[in-house]
Design a protein around this ligand. Structure first.
Ligand code: KG4
Ligand code: ZN
Length: 341
């Protein structure tokens, strides 16, 4: 069988990224230009600025990815690009770049769902074993996804309000920590004790859905009440208590679903997968479940990158998923629309 070389392009939020992946699992290059420094002073991603920076970066980032992989366009099997979800103006830059290159070099164009990409970061680490359960936790998503085979996604639980990363970033703001707040809370949490009583949203019996807005409000109220009483709360303890609540719910629901769905493997995906507390908690819990493997990608593959888009694009390429040059960015793209029935 011929080797498959896919160029992946990602521009859904504040990272401009390109990567070449061989046979869906071998990373030949992985270039990420982050805009975090630019958005920091605004306390979050400013969509117009993100789009403009993507325009400035994308050509160089793609060139670097091709150079580092030491490959020419004629050797590629196809070009995979994040079609959605994400910021529409940001997505469009990647989509237009991918379309231009696919047209210029007569290459197949493969649309990829950003979350499917996050899941496929795991294939760059280890073999995926089915059926599997993916816990996807990012700035915009918190989902439990069941996969019976490659390229088939079933959402069995999702957040009803804030995503886990969003809750982290909002709590970080209350604690006056810089954007993105997740890593800062994670660091503080390890310096404090979970002494403050905060809620855990288990929802109805048997539900795999999540809710983090109540927890976020509880943290904000705790800070305000303390301020009114002239008391000080140690930010480390608040961070530790908040993290304990998030991690307990995520880990417990993942473990229950893994047992109920009888999966062979649990995989972790998305920016919040970089969280040390979550990584440790999940490792400990899954090790108690006999016969279930766990993959946790290295930090670089947890946050937004294009290697995950190329890895997922390879499976989609093999499944015959193609887009024509009319491809448009879709901020509300549905993950299950990629399933082959
Ligand atoms: O997947 P990602 O890079 O972008 C989206 O697709 O949303 O995730 C970004 C999110 C941010 O909310 C950021 O605060 C969070 O991931 N994050 C973390 C950590 N590192 C990044 N949250 C908690 N702990 C971390 N160590
Ligand atoms: Zn992401």
């Amino acid at each position: 069988m011929n080797d498959i070389y896919i160029l992946g392009i990602e521009s859904s939020c504040d990272e401009t990224a390109a990567s070449v992946v061989k046979n869906g699992s071998e990373m030949m290059s992985n270039i990420v230009a982050s805009q975090i420094e630019t958005h920091k002073r605004f306390g979050g991603v400013v969509p117009e600025i993100a789009s403009r920076q993507h325009v400035e970066q994308i050509t160089t980032v793609i060139e670097e990815a091709m150079n580092q992989a030491n490959i020419t366009f004629s050797q590629l099997s196809g070009i995979a690009v994040t079609q959605g979800p994400g910021l529409v103006g940001a997505l469009l830059i990647g989509v237009e770049a991918a379309k231009s290159l696919a047209f210029a070099h007569s290459l197949p164009l493969i649309p990829v769902h950003h979350i499917a990409g996050h899941i496929y970061a795991n294939r760059l680490v280890d073999e995926m074993k089915f059926p599997l359960l993916a816990l996807v936790v990012s700035g915009g998503h918190t989902e439990l996804i069941y996969m019976k085979e490659h390229g088939h996604f079933e959402v069995i639980g999702e957040t009803r309000d804030d995503a886990a990363g969003e809750a982290y970033d909002k709590v970080a703001r209350v604690l006056n920590l810089p954007y993105p707040g997740g890593p800062h809370i994670d660091r503080l949490a390890h310096e404090g004790q979970a002494t403050i009583d905060l809620p855990r949203a288990w929802l109805e019996e048997g539900s795999y859905d999540f809710s983090f807005s109540g927890l976020k409000s509880a943290v904000i109220n705790t800070v305000h009440n303390a301020e009114q009483r002239g008391e000080t709360i140690k930010p480390e303890d608040l961070a530790a208590s908040f993290q304990a609540s998030v991690v307990e719910v995520l880990v417990e629901k993942t473990s229950r679903a893994a047992k109920e769905y009888n999966v062979k493997q649990v995989i972790l995906a998305g920016g919040v997968a970089a969280n040390k507390g979550l990584r440790e908690g999940l490792k400990e819990k899954v090790s108690e479940l006999k016969g279930i493997d766990l993959i946790i990608p290295p930090l670089k593959l947890c946050t937004d990158n294009a290697a995950m888009i190329a890895a997922c694009g390879t499976i989609f390429y093999e499944n015959g998923i193609r887009a024509n040059l009319g491809l448009n960015a879709n901020p509300g793209l549905d993950l299950t629309s990629f399933n082959r029935e």
